[in-house]
Design a protein around this ligand. Structure first.
Ligand code: THU
Length: 129
């Protein structure tokens, strides 16, 4: 199994998801060759919870990374753990046409998408230039 996928899967156990019981792990490779992992962090005040992709992206920005080359997202079960709408937009901000979004479960890769697959006709930084 590839390193990024392994990291997303092993991150799942670190999630704080006592309300949904749905642990999510994310691992992204940035333009500097660094890997950043994240997990979902829920809250008793439900809307305050954060997603795994969101925390991995925050780490990338803090570490000086600017671009997502690949991101692996892991959640349990047979139904694909595809990023939520807000996280699709977050990945769009730092990704490109070539960015791979690798969806995994506990056993490994299930499917690979592009941003255009998950967020067609998207709005991004170019719209503001
Ligand atoms: N979740 C993520 O971390 N990423 C996604 O893109 C989909 C959903 C989390 C949020 C919440 O803690 C749990 O999964 C159930 O929705």
């Amino acid at each position: 199994m590839k390193k990024l996928v392994k990291k997303a899967i092993s991150s799942m156990e670190k999630a704080y998801a006592p309300y949904s019981n749905f642990n999510v792990g994310a691992a992204l490779l940035d333009d500097k060759g660094q890997i950043h992992c994240g997990v979902n962090v829920e809250n008793a005040a439900f809307p305050c919870g954060t997603c795994a992709e969101q925390s991995a992206i925050s780490k990338m920005i803090f570490s000086g990374g600017k671009h997502i080359i690949k991101i692996a997202v892991a959640g349990k079960g047979k139904i694909l753990c595809t990023p939520c709408g807000a996280c699709r937009q977050r990945i769009r901000e730092f990704g490109s046409k070539e960015t791979e979004i690798i969806i995994c479960n506990e056993e490994g890769v299930e499917k690979i998408f592009t941003i255009e697959d998950l967020l067609p006709q998207n709005f991004g930084p170019d719209n503001l230039n």
